[in-house]
Every structure is written in C-alpha cells, then in structure tokens.
Design a protein around this ligand. Sequence first.
Ligand code: SF4
Length: 548
Amino acid sequence: MTFVITQRCCSDTSCISECPVDCIRPRPEDPEFQTAEMLFIDPDTCIDCGACADACPVDAIYSEFDVPEEMGRYVGLNAAYFERHPLDSSMDGMALGRRRLPESLGTLRVAIVGAGPAACYAAEELLSLGKVEVEIFDKVSAPWGLVRTGVAPDHQETKGVANMFATAFRSEAVNFHLNVEVGKHVSLAELLEHHHAVIYAVGAASDRRLGIPGEELPGSHSATEFVAWYNGHPDHAAGEFDLSGERAVIVGNGNVALDVARILTVDPDQLARTDIADHALTALRESNIREVVVLGRRGPVQAAYSTSEFLALGYLDGVDVVIDESEMVLDETSQAVLDDPEVEPSLTLKMEIAREYADRPVTDGNRRIVFRYLVAPTELHGTDRVSSLEYVRNTIDENLNAVATDETGSIETSLVLRSVGYRGAPVADVPFDEARAVIRNDRGRVEGLSGVYTTGWIKRGPRGVIGTNRADSAETIAMLIEDFEAGQLTAPAGSRSELSALIAERQPELVDKTRWGVIDAAEKAAGTPLGRPRVKFLSIEELRATVK
Ligand code: SF4
C-alpha cells in the first residue's frame, strides 16, 4: 500500500521532513520544485507509515484505499512523476536552517511587516532557532494574509495552514500588532531601533492591468478586488459587483480565475457552509449569472491553471464545464510539447481532462464555465457600463508565445474580471525594482539597508502557492542569521515593552495577540450554530464591539 498526495497539496513540504524513507518529491532543493504543481509520493518506496498525512497542514494526503473517488487519478499521477524523475536520495536533506542559535549571542529580536504565509513561515523558522522574539505587524486587523482573504471559501482545507501557524504562535516569543501600518503608525527607523532586523513580507498588493480601452468602465474590475470582496477583506467589503447579467467574462486562466468562476457558478447553499463574507453570499444568492467565460491568450497546453484545480471543476454539482471541440485543435509547436517523451505527466493529464470536458454533453438548467483559448481582449465596449468585450484570436509561435491574427470577435457581457496576475507595490523607505515589482534584494537581504530583509511575493514576485513561501522564507532567515552571527546587526536600543507602549500610543485600536484571540473565538462561535467555520467580522465597529 502507498500514501497518495492529492488536489489540495500546498507544497508546504512539512511532509518531506517527516518521511522516514525520503520518498516525497520534489524537495525545495530539487530544480523541479520551482515548476511542479504539487508534491508526489513514490509508491515503490513508501512504507505506509502515515507520518506525512499527519504532518500535512491541508489534509491533502490519503492512504491509496481512502482516496476520494473524484481524486482517484492522483494515484496514477503520483506514480507517473517518478517515471519521469526516478527517486535519487543522493542529495543531502533540505538546505533549510534547522539549528539553534548560540546562547552567547543573546535574544534575537525581529520585526516582520506583513502577517501572510511568507511572514508566518519566516516567524516559524525563527522560532525553531531558539532565543528569539518576533513582532508581527499588519495594517489589516486579522492575521494570515491571503490564507484568510485570498484562498476561496470553498477550499477550507487549504486554510488549515492558518491553524498550524496559530499553534506555533501560541509561544510568547511571538507578538501581533495588527491594524498597525508601518510607515504611518511606526517607521522603519523606529522598528530598527527596537529590533536587530526587520523583514518585509507585504506580498503583492496590486494587480496587473489589461491596458485596453474601456478597462475603466463600470462593470470592469480586477479579480483581486472580487476575491477580496467575497472573502471579507475590510478594504474591499464595500465593493459593488453587478451580478444582474447572465454572463461574466474572466480574462486570464490561472487558479484565481478558476476560483472566481467557481464562486460565480456553484450553488450558494454550498457556500453558505463556508466562511464567505455574508454580503457576498447575499449577492450571490440574488445573482443572475448563468455562464462564466474564461479567456486564455494561449492554448490549452499553455493554460496557467493547475491540473488539480481544472480537474476539480468537473465535480461541481449543477455546473457544466464547456470546451468547444475547435478549441482542442493544437498548433504544431504545442502538439510537439505534448508528444515529447519527457513531458510532465500532469500536463498530459491536463490535456486529457480538457478533451473529456470537450466530449461531455451539457445539462439543461446547469450553470456553465466555458473555456476559450487563444483569445486576447482588445477593448471593452459600453456607454455607461460594460456591455461587451472585443477580442482578437491568437496563434502560437515557435517560442510558444501568443501572436495576434486578423480574426476578431465579440462577447456580450456585463461583468469583466481581469485575472492576469498580481503585482507588488512600492514600499516606503525601501528600494523598489519597478520593472520586476519587487523590493531590491539579494536572497532576501534588501539592497543598501543593513538589518532589513524581505520574503515572499514582494521578494521574488507573485509566483508559487502558499507552501512555496516556506523555502523562500528559510532562505531569507538563513541570510539574517548569517549576518547576526557575524555581528553585523545592530543590537536594539529599545525594549519589547517600550515598543508595545509606543504602538499603543500611536494606534489605540491596535489588535494585539490577546485581542485577536478574542476576535477569532467570537468569529468561530458565531459560525458554530450555522454550521460554518466562522463568520468574519468586517467593520471596525464589529471589531470594537468584540474586543472592548
Ligand atoms: Fe513517507 Fe510514510 Fe508518507 Fe509513505 S506514508 S510517503 S513512507 S511518510
């Protein structure tokens, strides 16, 4: 018997260090780690101990006999990975720091700006080193960043990673300073006065634009705003999305696009059992949207969505996935990619799934998610709001780039959501690379600023899944520790209590760890009678009422 990794894999790699026979791949040091959609278990080596399943923060690992029917294909997918990448245990274990700081150096004090996954993995890594004190700052009044406000509400298991962080951060070594904005309530210089080091883990707060006429029309939004709205992000809770039309168009076909397509089409009764924001649930119950069209500028072979998320769409109740046969006619270059004997099994499966969708009949009365490929929007039309999207057909050149043809077309729609990628925003007092939209850094050390570091999307760009941040943060912490041990970090002049007093004076409505504990418990308690994991408090008034 073997264990099998399935759809929800977050690539966190917690399982790898638990495996007594080292049969989970790829590891962070393997070249394939940067591009693999998930981790896999070698069925020929697995000794069926179950340790990986216990360690997995998102419950993605099953015994092969317990794999849910809709995930049955992962048994073969795990095995197929090792046909392409035979197990080689010759490399040393993970190149992540897992040692103790010398007592003689005293307590290392670090401020982390941001409370999302990259920040939390950095804090976890610091905690594993011994005598540390970590202060986590976020301008939002709740922790966990995109785990709380980005992961779709119908993917509750993925949010399980927050439980792992919450358990680790029970330690008094970690403090929260939420609802506190660095650069407004406290400066970088002040943080450096109170810490050996400051780590920026602020993510990619902005999104890429289409740059086409009509993009500013009402009815045209970024998917980022829509996701933040249905997830109850306080800055976006008041957003308004017109769901009165029958068709929405999503530009871009990554996993965020698939999240949005699912939320717009699944039965709201299913979402009512999640932590979706109440205002979004009400709006989705009243929605007239029957069809969501997902546009990709390249072909199905180059589609950005992961195989697992694409496969899962096919199991949605009351939703048909529609792909016209003509979309499956491949150009020579894409066909050659598929015919390559070295092709990744997950890509082969992705195409198999697309062909199955193309062959499936549709059911009267079902909502639809329609995939269109080789299509790029050129203009949004409408007088006072969006009424249609004009597009050009693309072809694929020998370098697998999309190239526009003369063929054009139009899709009637009243809602356009662009989902063409996140983008980092400049951070006050820190050097910023405008072209790459990241903080200028070398392996996490911020250029020209001693004691300042960065991790996550604002360090490397918006790539990878939640767990990808673990290795990234480990690299940053390794640099920080190297500098600390070399005596290159200035010892803090101010104490921890002086810092807390300063923050409390500047921001009386700060949410510290105790206050967050009260809010967290109250949100969960509000969800219990409704069969929901929590009911999110969105406004500052709700929060005030909870923590007074
Ligand atoms: Fe490794 Fe045990 Fe998981 Fe098999 S079940 S992959 S041996 S940890």
